[in-house]
Design a protein. Structure first.
Length: 137
């Protein structure tokens, strides 16, 4: 069943923040990572184990397949970005992050996963391969 496009309801939140985007659009935000792969993002909360700040919240990025993008192929996640006395407060702090801050967190995780070296996008790698062979396979 194909997705249904619904107009954003900007009265539900600031669509320039990760929490507001999800509220206004009724779906998670999605980004193209610095590796050229698509990622959707969710705010996740979990007990911290610390009795003084028992709840934490972080970002979970689901990586989607390059071809036939309906299949997840992996994920990346941040450390706790907020800790609070209750779950909703921790989620609210992370939800107030701007989309730019969330994108920066994703790109930092991609670089970290690559061992500190920025990855090549698939189309850049293909172009370099063609340039190196003079267009011959």
């Amino acid at each position: 069943m194909p997705g249904q496009h619904l107009p954003a309801d900007h009265s539900r939140g600031d669509a320039n923040t990760i929490g507001g985007y999800a509220a206004a659009h009724g779906r998670p935000a999605a980004f193209e990572g610095s590796d050229g792969v698509s990622y959707s993002v969710e705010i996740v909360s979990s007990p911290t184990g610390d009795p003084e700040r028992p709840w934490g919240a972080y970002l979970l990025f689901v990586q989607w397949a390059r071809i036939g993008g309906a299949s997840p192929t992996g994920h990346l996640e941040t450390e706790f970005l907020a800790e609070a006395d209750n779950e909703s407060d921790a989620r609210a702090v992370v939800g107030a992050l701007s989309l730019g801050q969330v994108r920066a967190a994703l790109d930092a995780l991609i670089v970290e996963r690559a061992g500190g070296a920025p990855g090549r996008r698939w189309w850049d790698a293909m172009k370099e391969d063609v340039d190196d062979t003079g267009g011959q396979p």
